[in-house]
Structure formats: structure tokens, C-alpha cells
Design a binder for this molecule. Structure first.
Ligand SMILES: [Zn+2]
Length: 1078
């Protein structure tokens, strides 16, 4: 944000400016503006008319960053037989139309597409587009790299993709390129964390399209589709976000799609034309907006005039909109009180704000989303489990790559483009048809390919930096120079099926563990190897204790696993330095090092099997199933098994015939089937880990393990190929059943952060009528699902997004894999039948079970972090170095920060930003009541942590890193004083529910109860005159100055200290200015 923007709180601003601006610091980009007086945003809105119903026409296009076609196919417009969609033509055509008429408006959302287009334009046209942006004629909305999904995305990746999209807009357009409004019109349900993130990025509001059909009916009936959403249970008003549900998803009113892709009638105004339809068109339009106005509180309506990939021929739209506006507004001369105008979501939001009324509030979220009684969009929580895991791996490696790029002593030329390629690929992956698994198979493969290229690109960065660091900045080049660097630092992407070419050779190799957390880490490392006699040596020359277990039978038999490794070598890498690495040297030993060929303990059919450590024991019954857990001083009943649902099959022509598919989960007859009554087990016990290898059937197996000093049990499942010989699609779940009295209540995380309370067969905001007892109780689990009573708590952490539920008290289930044979008719046009190597796709993943007293939440939070960002494993061949040469010639331990962060603080981001800048985020990882000690506000000195960098200055920004925090002022909206009867103040129409119901297909399924609550009659014209409820509330207060960086009053000039405070769940973002290297 430009510093030219005047400060509304001069005193506060002065204070911060004096601290922040010791001298003319580089700001976050000045406006590269062509006009002296940019009038974008709220200043560029066309005026509305008082005492009229103002209809804000929003020309827009919804451009999926991949769905039925790949990203590039959409951009270039190829594969027209699949979908006639070419984004480059859209932007070409819209810009041309906007340049010809200053009255017109357009919004653009997806930065991934926009900047692809931008690169290809001449500087002359770029200047013209800047003019359009500066004058508010072309407005960026949302602005992230893609319009991210909200159920299956992790907050770290969402923040990253907003940071990047908004940065590109800021770098290119300055202040006028900064979106003010979130635009989540297509994602399939909405998370509370997303609202919180929008608020903390400084957005004034957000609009969305999809919510449960019952919720929507209810809201439209009660004039509550627009609300203040409390985005956080911890952060207070700073996380409140004005949020509006759109009336007609994001489509134009029926009959008013003027796109080249639509078949609706244009407006025919030839005076003597026999086809002249002006009167009919305007009448129909007025009927629509009059009906719509009944559901909204102010005399302003937002009409989305566009659809998927609309405006490839923008003139068709604009020409007809011009006529519609003209003929509709002409009627004002004859007493009409309807006014049409070109507008944008932010101009609409401003009108709502200026109406000065109060708004309802909301504290839960919009999950799950049902579009009809039998279409619960809860299947996509799990769809394409391997792509979902790959995406999470991508986030993991992106963070590693960012950190190492920030720590690089020397940056080679392609450094920045490599990192940016990975940033942008991860931005694409967040799209609501990417990580969701709701794209066509070919598109999923394209996403995976992009990811693999991104891994390679960033891998050249990490290899360069690690070589520089381990050879002391290249001062001692290796003896054998196959390339410029001595070591490969190779990532093995198939470690999850115990395969890695470097460790599977007979040569010695090194494994470098890079710890991206700002705390020391202890990691049990598993490495695929050929035999069972190995020596692992650390940087001091000490030999480590090791254990060897066989690769599980289920993994060995995977047909396409091109690996000769039969064993996994395990050792404990302890005290891995924060934001740093340790390297270990591994070599085969000829002499027996005391390792026995690992053999399973004989299975005694008559007695229980147990595995565990001193704090945690798992017992298995004689059938091989988990039966008891001993933890935290308790011995409690628990079971775990695999089950499956059969996907419903139907022709989708009516609700009752809905199929289970990529989006929809619909189990046939709500029945679940067990996969086994007897489980084959092998038990392996050593001094580092004890594990049970379970085989449930030919296509489901699992390893349950407990490490010597970890507080959790690990369940590593292997599912697939899911058989379809019986022509039945199957959806596989694992279910943990405990004796905890959970009373229908369980908790799921919101994008990996705050937990949200769920109650079976219940929604907080309306009286639920559930027609799908199982699917309708499924919620997105990004990282955690839990339940508890007064005595015990069971939490399960996932390694990727999955759907989950508690269908009976004490039980938690997660859907791990699905293979279906029918499409669910929401557009993707393919059954979700993933295959690889000619057979059903095999998926493998891990769950972490944490069981104990209800007070264990801090352990869960820390384990969540360790699960998300464990040390990254880099492998290098050591055939050129003996262990002694390796030890004496190279730097095998390194940390990039001066001191570890406090236990409850996470270094969420450390990345190179602009030249000589770092972007840094600190996060408090606990909620306010999760732990008596760690949930407190915490204070630390940034300079103590980042002292390895030559810091010149530090300035705080909004969450996205592109606007100064002190300079950011959000619009204030005032909540209703009393929520229970608030709608009566605005309700002025009485209409039967049938007329309002918006489902295109027959029968409203709402009970008639709304009819009984008929609202008092009134007239539209009265709308703008009604009395507004006065609010008792004081104006919204921005954050207190104490919440910004303060200089320690004790410090001298040369010892500037930057002490910051973090409250529970708070994230604070800083741009760190580094001294220019000479
Ligand atoms: Zn979409």
C-alpha cells in the first residue's frame, strides 16, 4: 500500500511511522500510476439513486484454473469440443470494450490467468490497462492466484496464494490493484477460517454463491443472506467479515445471459421490428429484481451478469446490458423506482455500508454444502486422495524451499523464477477444482505433472543452498565434481512406499534432515535399504542406535513399485536444529553390528498382542483388531477397523436418483460394510519402534506403530486397488470406536487452525431436516478430528484433507479413499474411477491417534505441526567420501536462526520477498482455552530470533504481506442489537415459501413452517424509508497501538529490539528489510 494514502488516525500513525520509518524506507511499492489522480475503488462507483431500488449489474466471468480442461487449455482456448472457453480472448475482449466506454465496469478474479495475459501485452496496452484499473473500470476482486477451495485447503497454502496474487497486483498496479472484496462464488461450502483470513488481509467483505439449500431458503425468507461473520473464536472483531450470499449463485437471472455461450434472446429494440421485445424483457427483469428485493435488507441488489468463461465476446454482453440499462431506466420518467447501473462488488458493498443499517451475525461455518436433499457435497473432502497428499507435500517443500532460498549465501540467477514457479503451482493447486479432486482425470494428471516440475525447479534451489552451506559457501569444492556441487541433496518422492534410488544402492549415502520448524525436532527417520546391517554416523562421529524392520508385505507387493529395498532402517535424529539441518552418514557394514534379521514375534492366537512405549500401549485382540488403549494413566476400550460404503447409483434426473461422485457422497441405503472379521498380523518390536503389520484383505493393509518416545500411535494405511468386479463403487473409511461419552458432539478443524464444534444431525443456524443421515453428517477434516468427555479425549490427525464424522457416540471415522463408477452430474462428466498401471489407484497415508485426558490439546497442536512440516529428507551419494572425509570436510550441522521460538509460536513464513527483503510470519498455534500455560499471550524479540540476518528495519503488514497494517482501515458494519427478532425490522413482504424457493427442480423440501411465519406485508417503495434500528454499539475500533511493533524502551540505538506479542491464534506478518549486501 502506498504511503501517500492519508492516515485517518494521525496520532497513532505518527507513532508507528516514527518507529517504522527511521528514514525513507522502501515501501511496499509505489503506485506506478499514469494518471495523477487515480479514482479507483469506492471513489470510482457510479452513483446510486436515493429512494430507488438500485440494481448493481456486475459484469464478470468465472474462470476455473483447470477443471474440464487444463489451465493452459483454458487460457489458450484449445480443446473446444470439451468446453468452448479461452481466457485470453476474454481479457482481450473485455479490455477492448472497457477502453471504448468509461461507463462500463468489469471485475477480474484469478491472478494466475491475468498475469499470463499481462506478460503477452505491449507496454502501450499495459499502460491503458493501468488506466482502466486506476479509474476503477477494471477492478480486481479476490485477487489470489486462484479462487481457492475452503474445505480441503490448509491455511498456510491459502495465505501463501493470496500473498502471491496480491503481491503481483501490488507490484503491477499499486494501490488501485488491491482487491477490497473477497469473491468466493463457486467453492462448495465456506470455512470460518477463510473469513478470518480475509478479515486479517484487510478485505472489507466477501461474497459467495453456494450454501446449503435449506440455509439459503431460510436466509432469503428472513432477509439474512448478508451478515457479519465472526471469523474467529479467539481473535475478536479483527476477524469479523461482512459476508453476503448471492441470490442466484453467480449466474445472471434466467433469460438474461447475453453471452456467446448462452441461448437467451438479445434485447431487440428495432422500433418497427416484428421481434421487438423491449417491453417484455424489461418487464421480466423487473419481476426478477422485485422478487429478489424481498430477500435483501437494503434497496441495493447485486446481480452477477456472467458465468463460467463468459465474455469471450464481451460486446454481446455489454451491448445488451447497455440496452437493458437504457430501457429500464427510461421507465423512471413514468414513475418506476428501479435503477440499473454498472457496478462492482465493492461498489455494491459500499452501498450496503452507506445504508447505515445493522446486520445479523454468524459464528459457525457453511459446511457441509447440500444443493438438494440428496446431494451433500461431502465426497470431494476425500476425492483423489493421492493428489490431496501430493499437494500437502508441495506445501511442505515450498516452505523448505522458501526458507533455504532466504538463507542462501549466494543466489544464482534462476533462483527467484524457480521459487516463483513453485509458489504459482501451489496457488493453482488451491483452486476449487484442483485439490478438491473434482476435475477430469486428464486435468488431475496435468496438475500432478506441474507439481512434479515445481519440485524439480525448487529442488535446484535447495541443492544449491545446501551445497553452499555444507561446503562453507563453496570455499571447499568437492573432490569429485560431477556438477558444480559435490552433493545431490535429492528428494525421494516415493519414500511413502519405501523406495529411494540413493539409499537402495550399495554405496554409502548421506541423509540431510532439514527442519523447517523454528523449534528443535526429534525425528524417527525411516530409510529404505537393501539389508539389515548398517551404520549411521552423525556429524560428531558418533554411531547411532538403529533398528531394521521389513517393508510391509502390502507395500512390497505393489506391482509398479520399482524398488529392491526389503527393509527400512530406522534411527532417531534428535535435536535437529531449528530452521536448519543435520546430516547423517549411512553405510553398509560387513560385520554384524548386532542387528538381527528382523523377524516378527510369533503370533499367539490365544492371547493379546501389545505394542507401545512407557506412556502408551495398544492391545490387539485374537482376531488382530485393536481392542484397548492404555494412555495417560487410563486403560480404555478402543477399536479400529476399515469399512466401506457402496456409492449410490442413479440417473441424476431427480434428487432421489443422485449418484455418488467426485463431488457428492451418497452411500447406497446408508449401509456400511466391514471389510474383514479376521486380520492377519505380524509384530515387530525393537528399541526404537514397535509395530503391528495388519492385513485386512487383499487390498487393505496397515501398519500400526508406536515410537519409543512419541505421544501418539501411528496408523499407516494402504488401500487399493479398490475392487469393482461386482460393479459397485466403494468408499472406504476407517473407524475408531471408543467408550467416550461424546453425546453427538465432535470437533473438526477449519483449514488446519481453529476447531469447530459439530453436533450430529444438527446445524447451529437453522432447523435441519436431514435426508442423508451419513453424508449430511460429514465435515471437512483438513488436519484434525476429535471428541471427548470429562474423562478422556481422542484426536486423530490426518496427513491430507479427508471427510470425517462421528456417526455414533465415541466413534470417529475418516474416509480415506473412494472409487466410483458413476458421475454425479455436477459437470465433471466422469466417474471418479482413478487408475494407475491399468488397475485401481492405490493410496497410502498416515493417521496419528492421540488419546488421553482432555487437557492434551497442546500436544495435539505440536504434533499437528510436526506432521505438517517434518524434517525434509535430502539424500546424497557418499561414494566419493569416507565417513572421516565427510565429517572433517563438510559442515554437517547448521541453523539459520539465532534461537528457537517459544513453544507455542510457529514460524509460519520465512521467505525472500522483494530485493533485500524477507517476508516473515509468526503464529500462536493454540486457541485460548487449550492449555493453561501455553494458551497465554506470548512475547518475544524478533531480533533475537533472526539475528543471523542483518536487519535494518521491520515493519508489520496485513496477513498477506502487501499493505502496512497501520495503513489499513476496514469498513465498519454494525451487528443487529438483538438477533432473534431482527429480521422483522426489515421484512416487508409476505410470500409463500414455494415462490421463493430457488431450486430449479421441483418441490421445495422445506416444511411449511416458514409459511406460518408469514411476514408483515409492505411495498418495495417503502424499503428505503423504513426506520433503521439504532445501535448502542460504539464505532468499531481498530487494533490498539500495543499490537504493533514496538521498540524496546530499554534498548540503545545500536541494539534495537523488536519485541512482539502474540495472542492465542494470532498471526502477525512482517516485512524485514535487510542491509544491502555489497
Ligand atoms: Zn469454478
Amino acid at each position: 500500500m502506498s504511503e501517500k494514502v492519508a492516515c485517518r488516525w494521525p496520532l497513532f500513525c505518527l507513532l508507528v511511522c516514527v518507529i517504522g520509518l527511521v528514514e525513507g524506507r522502501p515501501s511496499i511499492r509505489e503506485d506506478p500510476i499514469t494518471t495523477d489522480d487515480p479514482r479507483c475503488g469506492y471513489e470510482s462507483c457510479h452513483p446510486t439513486k436515493p429512494n430507488m431500488l438500485n440494481v448493481h449489474l456486475i459484469p464478470h466471468t468465472h474462470d476455473d484454473v483447470g477443471w474440464l480442461k487444463t489451465v493452459d487449455q483454458y487460457y489458450y482456448g484449445s480443446e473446444t469440443l470439451i468446453q468452448k472457453a479461452g481466457v485470453q480472448y476474454i481479457i482481450d475482449s473485455v479490455v477492448d470494450a472497457l477502453l471504448r466506454d468509461p461507463n462500463k465496469r468489469f471485475i477480474y478474479v484469478e491472478s494466475a490467468f491475468f498475469f499470463k495475459w499481462w506478460r503477452e501485452q505491449t507496454s502501450e496496452l499495459q499502460e491503458k490497462v493501468k488506466m482502466l484499473v486506476n479509474e476503477g473500470r477494471l477492478e480486481f476482486i479476490g485477487g489470489a492466484w486462484s479462487m481457492n477451495d475452503e474445505a480441503t485447503t490448509h491455511y498456510q497454502s491459502v495465505i501463501d496464494q493470496f500473498a502471491w496474487g496480491l503481491r503481483r497486483l501490488n507490484d503491477t498496479f499499486g494501490e488501485c490493484g488491491r482487491p477490497r472484496v473477497g469473491w468466493q462464488i463457486d467453492p462448495f461450502g465456506h470455512s470460518r477460517e477463510m473469513a478470518s483470513m480475509f478479515a486479517n488481509m484487510g478485505f472489507d467483505g466477501m461474497f459467495f454463491g453456494r450454501l446449503d439449500y435449506q440455509d439459503k431458503d431460510n436466509r432469503l425468507m428472513t432477509k439474512t443472506p448478508e451478515m457479519i461473520w465472526h471469523g474467529s473464536a479467539n481473535l475478536g472483531e479483527t476477524s469479523d467479515l461482512f459476508t453476503g450470499a448471492l441470490f442466484n449463485n453467480y449466474q445472471a437471472p434466467a433469460g438474461f445471459c447475453f453471452d456467446i455461450l448462452c441461448a437467451d434472446q438479445p434485447i431487440i429494440d428495432g422500433k418497427h421490428s416484428p421481434d421487438n421485445n423491449v417491453k417484455e424483457r424489461v418487464d421480466t427483469f423487473f419481476k426478477f429484481v422485485t422478487r429478489m428485493a424481498e430477500s435483501y435488507r437494503t434497496p441495493n441488489l447485486l446481480l452477477t451478469m456472467g458465468e463460467d468463461f463468459n465474455y469471450q465476446n464481451a460486446d454481446m454482453w455489454y451491448k445488451n446490458l447497455d440496452k437493458l440499462i437504457k430501457y429500464a431506466n427510461e421507465r423512471q420518467a413514468n414513475g418506476s423506482n428501479i435503477h440499473l447501473l454498472y457496478s462492482t462488488p465493492s461498489c455494491y458493498l459500499k452501498s450496503l455500508h452507506d445504508a447505515g443499517i445493522t446486520w445479523p451475525t454468524k459464528s459457525d461455518d457453511f459446511f457441509p454444502y447440500a444443493s438438494d436433499p440428496h446431494a451433500y457435497w461431502t465426497g470431494y473432502f476425500t476425492s483423489r486422495p493421492t493428489l490431496k497428499r501430493y499437494e500437502r507435500d508441495g506445501n511442505h517443500f515450498l516452505q523448505v524451499c522458501k526458507q533455504l532460498s532466504a538463507l542462501a549465501p549466494k543466489k544464482a540467477a534462476p533462483f527467484e523464477p524457480h521459487l516463483t514457479f513453485m509458489r504459482e503451482t501451489m496457488g493453482i493447486m488451491q483452486h476449487h477444482d484442483a485439490v478438491t479432486g473434482t476435475e477430469k482425470q486428464k486435468v488431475a494428471l496435468d496438475y500432478a505433472k506441474r507439481m512434479s516440475v515445481a519440485f524439480r525447479a525448487c529442488g535446484t534451489n535447495t541443492r544449491s543452498v545446501l551445497n553452499q552451506l555444507s561446503t562453507n559457501e563453496g570455499a571447499q569444492p568437492g573432490r569429485r565434481r560431477r556438477s558444480a556441487y559435490p552433493f545431490e541433496f535429492k528428494s525421494c518422492s516415493l519414500l511413502n512406499i519405501s523406495s529411494c534410488s540413493v539409499s537402495e544402492s550399495n554405496e554409502p549415502f548421506a541423509i540431510t534432515l532439514y527442519n523447517p520448524l523454528a523449534h528443535p525436532a526429534n525425528e524417527y527417520v525411516r530409510v529404505p535399504v537393501l539389508g539389515y546391517n548398517y551404520v549411521v554416523t552423525d556429524y560428531n562421529g558418533a554411531e547411532l542406535n538403529t533398528q531394521v524392520v521389513p517393508v510391509p508385505a502390502g507395500v512390497s507387493k505393489i506391482k509398479h513399485r520399482a524398488s529392491v529395498a526389503k527393509y527400512e532402517l530406522i534411527f532417531l535424529a534428535s535435536d535437529l536444529p531449528p530452521v536448519g539441518y543435520k546430516t547423517f552418514y549411512v553405510q553398509k557394514s560387513d560385520t554384524d553390528r548386532g542387528h538381527m534379521n528382523p523377524s516378527s514375534a510369533p503370533r499367539k492366537t490365544s492371547s493379546l498382542i501389545s505394542i507401545g512405549n512407557k506412556d502408551l500401549q495398544l492391545l490387539f485382540d485374537t482376531n488382530g483388531f485393536l481392542t484397548e488403549i492404555q494412555a495417560d494413566g487410563m486403560a480404555r476400550t478402543i477399536s479400529q477397523e476399515f469399512l466401506y460404503y457402496v456409492g449410490a447409483i442413479g440417473n441424476n434426473e431427480e434428487f432421489l436418483n443422485r449418484s455418488s461422485g467426485a463431488y457428492i457422497f451418497r452411500p447406497l441405503d446408508n449401509k456400511v460394510y466391514a471389510v474383514a472379521t479376521q486380520v492377519d498380523v505380524e509384530v515387530y518390536k525393537g528399541h526404537l519402534v514397535e509395530e503391528v503389520h495388519q492385513k485386512f484383505n487383499d487390498w487393505i493393509s496397515q501398519v500400526v506403530r508406536v515410537y519409543r518416545d512419541k505421544p501418539y500411535a501411528e496408523f499407516e494405511w494402504l488401500v487399493g486397488p479398490i475392487p469393482i468386479g461386482d460393479r459397485k463403487g466403494k468408499e472406504i473409511v476407517t473407524r475408531f470406536k471408543s467408550d467416550i461419552q461424546s453425546n453427538g458432539v465432535f470437533y473438526t478443524d477449519s483449514n488446519g487452525r481453529e476447531m469447530i464444534k459439530r453436533k450430529r444431525d444438527h446445524r447451529d443456524t437453522w432447523n435441519l431436516k436431514l435426508h442423508e443421515k451419513i453424508a449430511g453428517n460429514y465435515y471437512p477434516v483438513t488436519t484434525k478430528i476429535a471428541l471427548e468427555d470429562d474423562t478422556a479425549r481422542m484426536a486423530i490427525l490426518t496427513d491430507r484433507a479427508q471427510g470425517g464424522s462421528s456417526l455414533e457416540d465415541g466413534a470417529l471415522e475418516l474416509m480415506v479413499h473412494r472409487r466410483l463408477l458413476h458421475d454425479d452430474a455436477f459437470g465433471v462428466g466422469e466417474p471418479l474411477n482413478e487408475t494407475e498401471y491399468g488397475d485401481g489407484l492405490i493410496a497410502r497415508g498416515k493417521l496419528h491417534l492421540i488419546y488421553g485426558q482432555p487437557i492434551q490439546k497442546a500436544i495435539e497442536r505440536q504434533t499437528q505441526l510436526e506432521t505438517l512440516l517434518p524434517p525434509w529428507r535430502f539424500f546424497s551419494s557418499m561414494s566419493a567420501y569416507t565417513v572421516d572425509e565427510w565429517r572433517t570436510s563438510f559442515k554437517n550441522i547448521y541453523t539459520g536462526i539465532t534461537r528457537a521460538l517459544p513453544e507455542q509460536v510457529h514460524l509460519l513464513t520465512l521467505e525472500p520477498w522483494h530485493e533485500n527483503e524477507l517476508l516473515v510470519r509468526f503464529e500462536h498455534i493454540l486457541e485460548k482455552d487449550e492449555d493453561p500455560l501455553l494458551s497465554k499471550t506470548v512475547q518475544f524479540n524478533i531480533n533475537d530470533i533472526l539475528n543471523t540476518f542483518n536487519i535494518e528495519d521491520i515493519r508489520e503488514t496485513t496477513l498477506d504481506g502487501n499493505a502496512w497494517l497501520y495503513d489499513t482501515h476496514r469498513m465498519e458494519f454494525v451487528p443487529d442489537a438483538e438477533e432473534d427478532d431482527s429480521y422483522n425490522n426489515y421484512a416487508i413482504f409476505a410470500k409463500s415459501v414455494k415462490e421463493v424457493h430457488l431450486l430449479s427442480a421441483q418441490k421445495p423440501l422445506l416444511a411449511t413452517k416458514y409459511l406460518d411465519e408469514a411476514l408483515p406485508a409492505g411495498e418495495l417503495g417503502a424499503e428505503s424509508n423504513r426506520l433503521k434500528r439504532k445501535t448502542q454499539r460504539e464505532p468499531f475500533e481498530r487494533e490498539k497501538p500495543s499490537n504493533t511493533i514496538k521498540k524496546s524502551p530499554l534498548s540503545g540505538d545500536d541494539d534495537t529490539k523488536f519485541i512482539i506479542e502474540l495472542a492465542p491464534m494470532q498471526i502477525r506478518t512482517f516485512v524485514v528489510y535487510l542491509e544491502k549486501s555489497t
